[in-house]
Design a protein around this ligand. Structure first.
Ligand code: C2O
Ligand code: CU
Ligand code: CU
Length: 485
C-alpha cells in the first residue's frame, strides 16, 4: 500500500517506517476459559483491604491493555458479606486519580455509600463499615467520582458484591465458580495500540459509549466448563451504556430466580430477558441433558436517541458466553425449588409524591454541542444538571414515597442509592412478575412509578444519589442527590 508519506519520500526510505505496525489490528481472542474473580469473604472483624491500582491485561492476543482494578489487574474480587454482620474493609487508592468505592444496591447510610462526595485521592485510604441488614442479593461495587465514573468503570474499577443470608438457604446451585457462576458482561473497544478506547465527544455523550467486543469477567466471548445439571448465572450488566437482550442459543427456557435486590418469591420461566446497565438478574439454566456447548447470546441494543436512528446497528445477535457441560463436574443442586425465601414486599400507602424528569437536550447535535461548550448541562434531571454542592431533595427516614419518573428521547436506566424499590407501573401498565421483585435500577422510556422507602440516613456531607446509569449521561449531569433524615 502506498500512502502519502511513502509517495513523498520514495521507495527506498520507507523500509523502516512502521506503517504495518500502525495499521496492525490485534486479533480478538475468543474462547478463553471464563475467568472467575476470586472471592474475598468479608466477615466480622478487621483486616480486609482492597487496593485500587493500575494494571495491564492481555484481552487481545499479543498486546497488553493498560487497565484499572481493585486488587486485580482488571475488575475486582467478588466480595461476599453476610446478612446480620458488619463488613469492615479498607479501600486504598494506588491509582493516580481520585476514586471511590460505591456499594451499588447496598442498604447502607450515605457516609458509607461511596458516592462522589466520598472520593479519595491517590495514596489515600477509605474505611468502610457496612452493616448488612438486607436480604441475600447480587450487588456490585464501582468507582463513582463525578465526571470520571464512565472512564474509571470502563478501565476496570468494578466488581461483584454478594450478600448471603445464612438464615435463609435458597436451595439454588451455590458452588461458586462451578455451578454458581459470576457473569459480569461488558462491552469494550480497543484502539490501535491495544489500549481501551474511551473517547467521549458530544455524540457519544448523547448515545452512551458502546464497545465492539463483549467481555465476560474480562475475557472476550469466553467458555465456562459447568456440570451437566442446573447452573446458576449471576448476571451483571457492567457496561456503560449497552442494553442486552439475553437468551440461550437454542431458545430454551430458563428460570429467573432473582433481580437487583434479591430473590423472587418463585422461579419464573422465561426465554429472554432484557438487562439495562447496572441491572442484575440471576437465572438457572438446566443442562442435565446436554453434552454439546450452548451459548448465552444477546440481541443488538437499539437504544439510541430518536434523532440518531438509522445510524445504529441492525437486529443482529451476538455471542456472550459459551457453557460447556461436563459430566465430571458435580452439580450442587439437583432440583429447582418451587419457592424461594424472598423478602416480603409491604406496599404501604405513600405519604408523598415526587417527580423526576430525566432530560436530554436535543434540537440537533450542533446546538447540543454549543450548549456543552457554553457550560450548560445537556443532561439533567428536573432541568438541573448535577451540582455536587446542591441538595436536590430532602427525604424523611422511613416514609414511603411514590416517585414518578419520566425519561425522554431514549430509554434511561434510573437508579437510586441507599435502598431497593418496588415498581408500581411502567407507562401506565402494571409490570410483569420479574419486575415486581426488589429493584434498584429501572429502565424507563416514557414514564414509570416506583414506591421507595429509605431506612438508612444520609446527611448533606454524604447524600444519596439518583441518576441515569448510562455512565456518559451520569457524568454529563443526569444525576441528583438527596438527604435522608
Ligand atoms: Cu451504580 Cu450511583 O451507581
Ligand atoms: Cu448505586
Ligand atoms: Cu440516560
Amino acid at each position: 500500500m502506498i500512502n502519502r508519506r511513502t509517495a513523498l519520500v520514495g521507495g527506498l526510505a520507507v523500509m523502516a517506517t512502521p506503517a504495518l505496525l500502525i495499521n496492525r489490528a490485534f486479533a480478538a481472542e475468543t474462547g478463553r476459559p471464563l475467568p472467575i474473580p476470586p472471592v474475598m469473604d468479608i466477615d466480622n472483624g478487621a483486616g480486609n483491604l482492597i487496593t485500587a491500582r493500575r494494571g495491564q491485561q492481555e484481552f487481545l492476543s499479543g498486546v497488553q491493555t493498560p487497565t484499572l482494578g481493585y486488587d486485580l489487574d482488571y475488575l475486582g474480587p467478588t466480595l461476599r458479606m453476610k446478612r446480620g454482620q458488619t463488613a469492615r474493609l479498607t479501600v486504598a487508592n494506588a491509582t493516580d486519580d481520585p476514586i471511590s468505592a460505591h456499594w451499588h444496591g447496598a442498604h447502607v447510610p450515605g457516609n458509607m455509600d461511596g458516592g462522589p462526595q466520598l472520593a479519595f485521592g491517590s495514596g489515600e485510604t477509605w474505611n468502610a463499615e457496612l452493616d448488612m441488614s438486607q436480604p441475600a442479593a447480587t450487588l456490585w461495587y464501582h468507582s463513582h467520582v463525578h465526571g470520571q465514573t464512565g472512564s474509571q468503570v470502563y478501565r476496570g474499577l468494578a466488581g461483584l458484591l454478594i450478600v448471603d443470608d445464612p438464615d435463609a438457604p435458597d436451595g439454588l446451585p451455590n458452588d461458586y465458580g462451578v455451578d454458581d457462576i459470576p457473569v459480569v458482561v461488558q462491552d469494550r473497544s480497543f484502539d490501535r495500540r491495544g489500549g481501551f478506547s474511551y473517547d467521549v465527544g458530544s455524540m457519544t455523550s448523547m448515545q452512551g459509549l458502546r464497545g465492539r467486543e463483549i467481555l465476560v469477567n474480562g475475557a472476550i466471548n469466553p467458555v465456562a466448563d459447568v456440570p451437566k445439571g442446573l447452573v446458576r448465572l449471576r448476571l451483571l450488566n457492567g457496561s456503560n451504556a449497552r442494553i442486552y437482550h439475553f437468551s440461550i442459543s437454542d431458545g430454551r427456557r430458563f428460570f429467573q430466580v432473582a433481580s437487583d435486590g434479591g430473590l423472587l418469591a418463585t422461579p419464573v420461566s422465561r426465554t429472554a430477558v432484557t438487562l439495562a446497565p447496572a441491572e442484575r438478574i440471576e437465572i438457572v439454566v438446566d443442562l442435565s441433558d446436554d453434552t454439546q456447548p450452548i451459548r448465552l447470546v444477546s440481541g443488538e441494543d437499539t437504544n439510541v436517541p430518536m434523532s440518531m436512528m438509522g445510524g445504529g446497528s441492525g437486529g443482529g445477535q451476538f455471542d456472550v458466553l459459551t457453557l460447556q457441560p461436563r459430566a465430571d463436574l458435580t452439580p450442587s443442586a439437583t432440583q429447582l425449588p418451587l419457592s424461594l425465601p424472598a423478602a416480603a414486599m409491604p406496599i404501604e400507602a405513600p405519604v408523598r409524591t415526587r417527580d423526576f424528569n430525566l432530560n436530554m437536550h436535543t434540537g440537533g447535535m450542533i446546538s447540543s454541542m454549543f450548549r456543552g461548550l457554553l457550560g450548560n448541562p445537556t443532561m439533567s434531571i428536573n432541568d438541573q444538571g448535577y451540582d455536587i454542592d446542591t441538595i436536590n431533595e430532602q427525604v424523611r427516614l422511613g416514609d414511603t414515597e411514590l416517585w414518578r419518573i419520566t425519561a425522554n428521547i431514549m430509554a434511561h436506566p434510573f437508579h437510586v442509592h441507599g435502598t431497593s424499590f418496588q415498581v408500581v407501573s411502567r407507562n401506565g401498565r402494571t409490570v410483569d412478575p420479574v419486575t415486581q421483585g426488589w429493584k434498584d435500577v429501572l429502565l424507563v422510556e416514557g414514564r414509570a412509578e416506583i414506591l421507595v422507602r429509605f431506612d438508612k440516613p444520609a446527611d448533606a456531607a454524604a447524600p444519596f444519589m439518583y441518576h441515569c446509569h448510562i455512565l456518559e449521561h451520569e457524568d454529563a449531569g443526569m444525576m441528583g442527590q438527596f438527604t435522608v433524615s
